[in-house]
Design a protein around this ligand. Structure first.
Ligand code: NG1
Ligand code: ZN
Length: 545
């Protein structure tokens, strides 16, 4: 059977639901799982074509992250392990929205021609598949496989139930010729974590259960996976709750998104946890926030968000670089460019703090693809969204220099230890995407290295009070933004109106933008008081309605 008839036959089994309109958005396609089969089938085709084009392994992940359990979604991992190249997003949209088998076929033929992709079976495509714990995942995975198999010469390799960052890590590892199983992932994380822990200054203060970390697994894939990883770690006691085995519902009253947005304790946490170090993962474990339960009498938490994780990482890395370069003449050392990347959602106090450390801070639009791309311009690029998605990227040239430097430095010297720590961080931290596990292990290792409590960390700076609202609108594309989403250029006049509201509040700041994952306009406001932030957000929301 030839390529055309295979595609025509297979695609006719996955008709697009009437009236559906899909958009690749901030993080792939997302919708109610019931309408997603055709989209996932077509994403399978896309992943196979991308693999053929790049002559590398690509990935396809089925997840809707922090969204409700009845939703699902699909995203493609590029050969680097990062997000699908933005250049292919219009094709992704066109594929997902093709009205029938004929127009789908036509699109594929034209695109393949334009990109010089040959589907004669001589070139092999390989796509790694992963899914989270959503019940709809199994049938959607089948649709993805059929999509991949619709491209002649393609192989779909099912890696099973995984966290999103595990799948991305595997794609990257495969293309680097490294071993790429889940076991290999766990070994890399646990061995680099152990390395950082052996360099904790002074005697090891470990670690009765009084120093334990309590983790909210969002009733998603992360809880169970973390329990496996835990068995390979020393010097860290973790108790996992909401691991999905106790009957709780995915992302309902639990998880990093809930904790960060609502700022209240997740389910299964409460008065017994007062003062403990707590952390929350999201449904597919690519986001991480920490929190403290300050008192038994209320549901409120002290949130230690992505901005503060970023600040801890930046501070630690800057300190290690300082030790490494001590006494070295500028001309003799590789001058590592350290950069910090945030979005407009970063709390203003965090940006002030980071700039106060003398760091270069840049803003990009929302969405990991933008932050990641920017961070990759530095030798050490640290990026985080306030919601807890982020990582640290190291350039090959810097790592190469660091390896060399490490071998030259006197054995056991402070300088060499700094080099070892930086090398360990580069292995611990997922280089493909934000990863709650590597983030968590790095936070824990740094707190140990600095001998800091979570309270000390939390008090690095005080967050400005903030408020986020969403406004349902007829057409969210009516809002167009510029300058990393800090300014609304359309509809005309709205930015002036926002400015007029904002100046009424000390330390006021506010912006609007269309969501890339939901059909809403998001409103963000911060001010010197919570009441100020709340009323500012409300008045800006009124302008949008
Ligand atoms: P949208 O819906 O575009 O705001 C949300 C998050 C992003 C990112 C994506 C993907 C906020 C304000 N936005 O995007 O940061 O995580 O989902 O999951 O949290
Ligand atoms: Zn997620």
């Amino acid at each position: 059977e030839d390529q055309k008839s295979i595609l025509r036959r297979a695609s006719s089994r996955f008709p697009i639901p009437p009236g559906a309109k899909f958009s690749y958005g901030t993080a792939g396609f997302r919708a109610d799982a019931l309408v997603l089969e055709s989209t996932v089938y077509r994403a399978g085709i896309l992943a196979a074509l991308r693999s053929l084009k790049t002559r590398s392994v690509t990935g396809l992940m089925i997840t809707a992250s922090h969204n409700k359990i009845s939703d699902n979604g699909v995203k493609i991992a590029d050969p680097s392990g990062g997000m699908l190249t933005q250049a292919w997003e219009p094709f992704a949209d066109a594929l997902a929205n093709a009205a029938d088998s004929d127009s789908l076929l036509q699109l594929i033929i034209e695109f393949a021609k334009k990109e010089s992709i040959v589907t004669d079976g001589n070139c092999r495509a390989e796509v790694l598949l992963g899914r989270d714990t959503r019940p709809s995942g199994e049938s959607l995975l089948e649709a993805a496989k059929q999509g991949i198999n619709s491209i002649v010469g393609s192989a779909a390799i099912d890696m099973g139930i995984l966290t999103t960052p595990q799948l991305h890590w595997m794609v990257r590892a495969r293309n680097k010729g490294m071993k790429a199983s889940e076991r290999d992932y766990s070994e890399q994380l646990s061995s680099s974590f152990r390395c950082l822990m052996t360099l904790v200054p002074g005697e090891c203060k470990v670690k009765g259960t009084d120093n334990k970390l309590v983790v909210d697994g969002a009733n998603g894939v992360g809880g169970g996976k973390l329990e496996c990883l835990m068995n390979m770690l020393d010097g860290l006691v973790i108790e996992v709750r909401n691991d999905g085995k106790g009957g709780g519902i995915l992302n309902e009253g639990v998880g990093a998104d809930y904790v960060q947005k609502e700022k209240v304790v997740p389910q299964e946490f409460g008065s017994n946890d007062v003062g403990m170090r707590c952390a929350s993962l999201d449904g597919d474990a690519d986001r991480l926030v920490y929190f403290i339960v300050p008192s038994a009498s209320s549901d409120n938490i002290v949130l230690v968000d992505g901005d503060k994780i970023l600040s801890l990482f930046a501070l630690f890395i800057k300190e290690q670089l300082g030790i490494l370069y001590k006494g070295v003449h500028e001309n003799n050392a590789y001058q590592a460019r350290l950069g910090v990347v945030q979005t407009a959602y970063a709390n203003g106090a965090s940006t002030d703090y980071l700039k106060g450390l003398g760091l270069e801070v840049v803003l990009t639009p929302t969405g990991v693809k933008f932050l990641h791309e920017k961070a990759a311009e530095y030798d050490i690029g640290i990026y985080f969204e306030a919601n807890g998605h982020g990582t640290i990227l190291f350039s090959d040239s810097f790592l190469c220099w660091l390896e060399k430097r490490h071998n030259e430095l006197p054995e056991g010297s402070e300088q060499q230890k700094a080099a070892v720590r930086l090398l360990a961080v580069s292995k611990l931290v997922n280089q493909a995407v934000g990863d709650a596990f590597s983030g968590l292990l790095l936070v824990e290792a740094i707190l140990q290295n600095l001998n800091w409590s979570i309270n000390h960390w939390s008090e690095l700076y005080w967050d400005l009070p903030s408020r986020q609202l969403k406004v349902k609108v007829m057409d969210r594309t009516a809002v167009v933004t510029a300058n990393a989403e800090t300014v609304a250029v359309k509809p005309p006049g709205i930015q002036e109106a926002i400015n007029a509201e904002t100046v009424k509040y000390p330390r006021g700041r506010s912006f609007i933008r269309p969501s890339g994952t939901e059909d809403v306009i998001r409103v963000y406001a911060e001010a010197s008081t919570q009441e100020g932030a709340d009323t500012l957000a409300q008045s800006v929301a009124k302008l949008v309605e």
